[in-house]
Ligand binder design. Structure first.
Ligand SMILES: [Zn+2]
Ligand SMILES: [Zn+2]
Length: 235
């Protein structure tokens, strides 16, 4: 059996640029043949839509609640949902963080003032996993320059992102090989309609991933096989 997972998904409860709810993303991904996904909404320094006047605890609860909403539907239709965030650590450079939970966010209220390297240390202290999202993406919203964190702190590189240009992913794949670290891949799904037109990317594993531990073990094993099909959104 093959089990297909998208490691990069947004929803409109938290991500300002997303158009579908977390439960809608679950149903669409299940129908597209996925076994599960990680919900990785833009965190508080990125393109988020969480009310700024709320306390830290209230704001991070938005992320957790979107995950719980997705997980509830996922449990009903036999679809695995994992909690994650996509964090902008500066200059619109982003990292995908897996294996953390609400307690972690609540107990790190200075999170958004930390460097990418400091965040990796905090995440690793609780057994979590950090992958650099689209490291070579060039867009108008990303300042030109070379401000990126020290990649030696990372656990993985995102080697395929359906919103990238092909050459951006090729460079990410070369970087991943050069660093000799694990890889992640996903659609960077922002609305359900993407699944009809996007290449439907992710990693295929030979076993089901049911828990956070399963997910992190599988990613660390580097056995996830990249799958995508069809044309890219950008040419
Ligand atoms: Zn976005
Ligand atoms: Zn994203």
């Amino acid at each position: 059996m093959e089990y297909f997972y998208d490691l990069h998904v947004h929803s409109k409860e938290c991500s300002g640029c997303a158009a579908s709810t977390a439960p809608e993303q679950v149903i669409a991904a299940k129908n597209a043949g996925y076994s599960g996904f990680a919900l990785t909404n833009h965190f508080l320094t990125g393109n988020n839509c969480v009310p700024k006047e709320l306390s830290w605890e209230e704001r991070v609860l938005y992320y957790w609640n979107a995950y719980l909403d997705a997980k509830k539907v996922g449990d009903e239709i036999d679809f695995d949902v994992f909690f994650g965030i996509e964090h902008n650590y500066g200059h619109a450079q982003e990292i995908l963080i897996y294996g953390i939970d609400l307690d972690f966010l609540v107990s790190n209220p200075d999170f958004c003032s930390l460097s990418g390297e400091e965040i990796c240390d905090r995440v690793h202290a609780v057994g979590g996993f950090v992958s650099h999202a689209h490291p070579f993406r060039e867009r108008s919203y990303i300042p030109k320059g070379d401000y990126q964190m020290d990649f030696s702190y990372l656990d993985a590189i995102e080697i395929y992102n359906s919103g990238n240009l092909e050459n951006e992913d090729i460079r990410a794949q070369e970087l991943c090989k050069r660093l000799d670290i694990a890889h992640t891949a996903g659609n960077d799904l922002h609305w359900t309609e993407h699944l009809a037109t996007f290449p439907n990317a992710g990693l295929v594993f030979d076993h089901r991933l049911r828990t956070n531990e399963d997910l992190l073990d599988a990613l660390r094993s580097r056995k996830g096989v990249l799958r995508h099909s069809g044309d890219r959104f950008f040419k």
